[in-house]
Write a protein that binds this ligand. Structure first.
Ligand SMILES: Cc1ncc(C[n+]2csc(CCOP(=O)(O)OP(=O)(O)O)c2C)c(N)n1
Ligand SMILES: [Mg+2]
Length: 323
């Protein structure tokens, strides 16, 4: 088990993981009310991965992620308001209402973008890492992706190039056991995605993705390696999505009882229990923290509902890069 983080950090991470979870639960509700269009992919159950890695970053480090990216965006510091407005297509959203659930992006907080194309975020992060190397900047690029994406060509090209050029990058595979609808063993000939690092002569580490402090500790080691010229690392964070692949998927393909097993190692509960055991938290304080997070999310929703949609002319801006 990883060394305990200091109490203030534990509180901050616990609060943020609660905010991520409650935000996503409400996003699903808003969809059902038709206040959010399109589709969405929830990371409920996987919060320890985004929070653990992102809490280990330094200023200037950057992240690319997937359509399952609400947790990463919030962990990077996107406000719940900016996210909710974006979800509802409002002008004050993180991408001026033009991106929606699958494209939460804000370069000012280091979030270079969520991607709907499986694997697309890996080469983008390699590009960012190359920039840091060429410009001699002390930053690291981090790319999150699923275990399914490790069967895509871009994964292999990205790891290969990053390894050959010893780029400052950390590849974070969130292995949640399933692709769109298929279990890993039906699509992938290896049990541990981390072993694929061998082909690129870089370290590959299997990590307990449910324990946010373990994720944080392993991320720190990988980030330090990247920052000091040691090149890339592949971290495989073993985790689980509690919900289906996307909004309408009830996940009937799941093995009976599997979800219950994973619920026993819920990332929020694990940290909560560790804090209670260390006399850093009691049930009342946890309930208050949850209540405050719920209030924050509901306030953001009410605010976002009243925000304006972008004007029609906005269709013609942000299409190409504009100075
Ligand atoms: C190039 C490409 N192929 C297929 C799809 C359809 N698709 C969307 S998500 C997904 C599954 C990806 O699984 P994984 O990488 O494990 O990520 P997870 O959704 O589990 O987080 C697929 C096949 C896509 N968006 N892009
Ligand atoms: Mg997956």
């Amino acid at each position: 088990m990883a060394q305990a983080l200091e109490v203030g950090t534990r509180q901050d991470i616990l609060r943020r993981m609660l905010e991520i979870r409650i935000t996503e639960e409400q996003i699903q509700n808003l969809f059902l009310q038709n206040l959010i269009r399109g589709t969405t992919h929830l990371c409920i159950g996987q919060e320890g991965c985004s929070a653990g890695v992102i809490w280990a970053l330094q200023k200037g480090d950057t992240v690319t992620c997937t359509y399952r990216g609400h947790g990463h965006a919030l962990a990077m510091g996107m406000t719940v308001k900016a996210m909710m407005a974006e979800m509802m297509g409002k002008q004050s959203g993180a991408c001026k209402g033009k991106g929606g659930s699958m494209h939460m992006t804000d370069a000012t907080i280091g979030l270079l973008g969520a991607n709907a194309i499986v694997g697309a975020q890996l080469p983008i992060a390699v590009g960012a890492a190359l920039t840091y190397q060429v410009k001699k900047l002390p930053h690291v690029a981090v790319s999150f992706f699923g275990e399914g994406a490790s069967n895509i060509g871009t994964f292999h090209e990205a790891l290969n190039m990053a390894a050959v050029w010893k780029l400052p990058i950390v590849f974070c595979c969130e292995n949640n056991r399933y692709g769109e609808y298929s279990a890993q063993e039906k699509t992938t000939p290896v049990a541990d995605i981390a072993t694929r690092a061998i082909a690129y002569n870089i370290p590959g580490v299997v990590v307990d993705g449910q324990d946010v402090e373990t994720v944080h500790a392993e991320a720190l080691i990988a980030l330090e390696r990247a920052r000091s010229g040691g090149g890339p690392t592949l971290l495989e964070l073993k985790t689980y999505r509690y919900r289906g692949h996307s909004r309408t998927d009830t996940a009937p393909y799941r093995v009976a009882g599997e979800l219950d097993e994973w619920l026993k190692r819920d990332p929020i509960n694990l940290l909560k229990e560790k804090m209670i055991a260390a006399n850093q938290l009691d049930e009342t304080e946890f309930d208050e923290m949850k209540e405050a997070a719920t209030q924050l999310v509901f306030d953001a929703i009410e605010w976002a509902k009243a925000e304006a949609y972008p004007p029609l002319e906005a269709l013609y801006t942000d299409v190409y890069y504009e100075e």
